[in-house]
Design a protein. Structure first.
Length: 199
């Protein structure tokens, strides 16, 4: 490798060490969400370190075609140590500030969606259901009115026929109607008793 390539490699690995320190702090900050789940913690740890290894190797490959030297590891450790000594506290503060900003932004967006989209849709659905219920009730009343109008002539003819019916036939009809009402009451009592026994 030429001196220029070696210099770029050292600078890149120092920057990679700084990045690795920041990535570790970011990962540890969110680790509390899956720390109690052993399987999830194992998967996240393996995925994190595999991702960092691939990124650092990709960076090294872009600089010197992936050649490994001892001073490359030293430069990586120097960058990591420099981050710990110089940038860690500031980065953690910035990270917490960004997390608070993102949380507040998401909260505001959720409230906006609640006010502008969810609530109007819910009110619209309630209004449609209310109108549909009112329309159904009005339609039922209209149907009853039409039926009463249609059956009015039949009732009128029935009254005339009843008045023209001789008295002895009326008595027979009254007896049959009484028997029917008794049978109906007995059936109602039996159904009530069956419901009580089922309970």
């Amino acid at each position: 490798m030429t001196l220029t390539v070696q210099f770029l490699t050292i600078v890149s690995m120092i920057a990679g060490g700084v990045y690795l320190g920041a990535a570790m702090d970011t990962f540890r900050r969110f680790e509390r969400h899956w720390k109690k789940q052993i399987v999830m913690r194992y998967i996240m740890e393996c995925g994190f370190w595999l991702m960092q290894t691939l990124l650092l190797f990709f960076l090294l490959f872009q600089v010197n075609q992936g050649e490994m030297r001892f001073y490359i590891l030293l430069a990586l450790l120097c960058g990591f140590a420099g981050y710990r000594a110089l940038f860690q506290t500031s980065y953690q503060r910035i990270l917490e500030l960004l997390i608070r900003i993102i949380r507040q932004t998401l909260f505001i967006l959720r409230r906006i969606l609640q006010v502008l989209i969810v609530t109007p849709i819910r009110l619209l659905v309630q209004g449609v259901l209310l109108l549909a219920g009112g329309a159904a009730a009005l339609l039922w009343k209209l149907i009853l009115l039409v039926l009463s109008i249609l059956f009015y002539p039949i009732r009128l003819v029935g009254r005339i026929v009843w008045k023209l019916t001789p008295g002895k036939y009326r008595k027979i009809y009254s007896k049959l109607a009484g028997i029917y009402s008794k049978m109906k009451n007995i059936a109602k009592k039996m159904s009530h008793s069956l419901r009580r026994t089922r309970r």
